[in-house]
Design a protein around this ligand. Structure first.
Ligand SMILES: *[C@@H]1O[C@H](CO)[C@@H](O)[C@H](O)[C@H]1NC(C)=O
Ligand SMILES: *[C@@H]1O[C@H](CO)[C@@H](O)[C@H](O)[C@H]1NC(C)=O
Ligand SMILES: *[C@@H]1O[C@H](CO)[C@@H](O)[C@H](O)[C@H]1NC(C)=O
Length: 237
């Protein structure tokens, strides 16, 4: 969200102003020398503007000079969906990076958020399995396994035949329950480590930052799914 506004601020050249220079004033006699140098000058300005635009479009992937482009429509949909989350930036960044559709619907965006949560939880679990394990760490391993399986259950519930909408009102409730367990599982792991006075608490907290944010994002999206659909004028099935 921030980066978009940031990019908008880069309007070094306003293409509209340049493409439509002020209409010539109804002056009767402009000496041809002045007219010619004005034309040369204008040509130079336009050339520089085009060069600047080409430079911008080759150096900045989120080129705001193409408001009609499909990728911007995907960006704005992802932005609207992520706006309901507590960590909209991490939501937007992670989902945009994974999205390949020029025009994803909220349901597709939610599915991507589940993939992202599952992948990050799996990374964390693999990490936990490499450390020499005291009982609290072993508990964390089982809590993370459970969290992954909740996220997996949610992803499985989203699998339907092509063209069919997966998220019915009932499923939204189930998935909400599973995802809130997945969020709690991670808290429980941290609490356990803290209670055992584990020296690894801070390190684990920081390793868990993304998985907590991603699962919280998925939960927020599904919990607010009806409101999100309303924004796109799509009915909930
Ligand atoms: C995000 O939500 C807030 C209200 O919660 C609203 O004011 C803002 O316009 C929304 N932004 C986008 C990009 O949808
Ligand atoms: C979750 O799903 C992934 C991919 O489908 C699979 O590799 C993994 O074993 C599953 N994990 C659990 C705990 O169900
Ligand atoms: C992750 O870290 C960022 C930056 O320190 C912090 O703002 C955010 O609240 C953390 N997220 C969680 C879930 O703790």
């Amino acid at each position: 969200m921030e980066s978009i506004n940031h990019l908008k601020g880069y309007g070094k050249v306003n293409p509209e102003t340049l493409a439509n220079p002020e209409p010539p004033k109804p002056q009767k006699r402009i000496s041809s020398a002045v007219a010619i140098s004005a034309v040369i000058c204008l040509t130079l300005v336009i050339t520089l503007a085009i060069a600047a635009l080409i430079h911008e479009s080759t150096t900045e992937s989120h080129d705001e000079s193409q408001p009609q482009s499909l990728s911007n429509s995907a960006e704005s949909t992802i932005k609207t969906v992520c706006n309901v989350t507590r960590y909209p930036d991490s939501c937007f960044r992670s989902i945009s990076a994974l999205n390949r559709s020029p025009n994803p619907d909220p349901e597709a965006i939610f599915k991507l958020s589940l993939e992202i949560s599952a992948a990050e939880l799996s990374r964390l679990l693999a990490l936990f399995k490499t450390v020499n394990s005291d009982p609290a760490t072993q508990d964390c391993v089982s809590q993370l396994e459970e969290a992954i399986s909740r996220v997996n259950d949610s992803a499985s519930a989203m699998r339907v035949d092509p063209g069919e909408k997966a998220l019915t009102g009932d499923k939204v409730k189930d998935i909400q329950t599973w995802l809130s367990s997945a969020v709690t599982d991670q808290e429980t792991c941290l609490d356990g480590l803290e209670e055992m006075g584990s020296t690894a608490v801070e390190a684990v907290k920081s390793e868990m930052n993304k998985s907590k944010e991603y699962s919280s994002n998925s939960l927020a999206i599904v919990a607010n799914f009806k409101g999100i659909l309303d924004k796109f004028n799509i009915p909930l099935h």
